[in-house]
Design a binder for this molecule. Structure first.
Ligand SMILES: N[C@@H](CCC(=O)N[C@@H](CS)C(=O)NCC(=O)O)C(=O)O
Length: 202
């Protein structure tokens, strides 16, 4: 299996963490979206992540990839297959993913668009949405985790998003903000799955 994309992307990182936690061997190709021609060999729109399965089939989009990994490793799945727990964990994961989407959009707004073409009210809306997402997630921490006092995909995705924001756009989540999410990230950063995929080492 090959995972395409660098861990600076929270979407790639959540897949990398999940692969490590499930004990699945894989090769990591830390390509950036700037490596457009190479990424497009795997992913028609040039987006990351992509996962090349052992038979050569390629999956794109972190949620589709993780759904496949969950199906293969149902005994360890970080999202239960059915029931109210599944609904709650998917809802929290969706909240973290939406926060990640808004952070990535804000980051492109600041890095890809020439300064003369930036529309400040739009950038401010994106930044406000990132903060609102992080606040909502902070409020949901219960017994050290987002759901049920144990590690789930909601925690994996939230920590991938928070760490990426802190790595790239520190002013959206300065030191000392979101104390419960920060404690979760600090605790999980000791696990090899998180340490080996940190954006700092990407
Ligand atoms: N919903 C997608 C989002 C993936 C995504 O936004 N990837 C970014 C990098 S962080 C990307 O490929 N951007 C380039 C583009 O969309 O053209 C997922 O969960 O995988």
């Amino acid at each position: 299996m090959q995972l395409i994309g660098g861990y600076g992307s929270p979407f790639v990182r959540r897949v990398g963490i999940t692969l490590h936690l499930y004990g699945i061997a894989f090769e990591h190709l830390p390509l950036s979206t700037a490596d457009q021609a190479t990424v497009e060999r795997f992913s028609p729109l040039g987006r990351i992540p992509a996962l090349v399965l052992d038979g050569g089939e390629v999956l794109t989009d972190s949620s589709a990839i993780i759904d496949h990994l969950d199906e293969m490793h149902a005994d360890r799945a970080l999202t239960p297959r059915t029931g109210p727990e599944r609904r709650a964990i998917l809802a929290l994961t969706a909240l973290a993913l939406a926060t990640g989407d808004k952070y990535v959009a804000a980051w492109y707004e600041c890095t890809a668009r020439p300064e003369s073409h930036r529309w400040t009210p739009w950038l401010e809306r994106l930044q406000r949405q990132v903060r609102q997402g992080l606040c909502a997630l902070e409020d949901r921490i219960d017994r050290d985790y987002l759901y049920g006092g144990r590690l789930t995909q909601a925690d994996v995705t939230t920590v991938a998003v928070l760490d990426a924001i802190r790595f790239d756009m520190q002013d959206l989540a300065p030191e000392g903000s979101y104390p419960k999410l920060s404690a979760l990230s600090a605790r999980l950063s000791d696990l090899p799955a998180f340490a080996r995929t940190h954006p700092q080492g990407a």
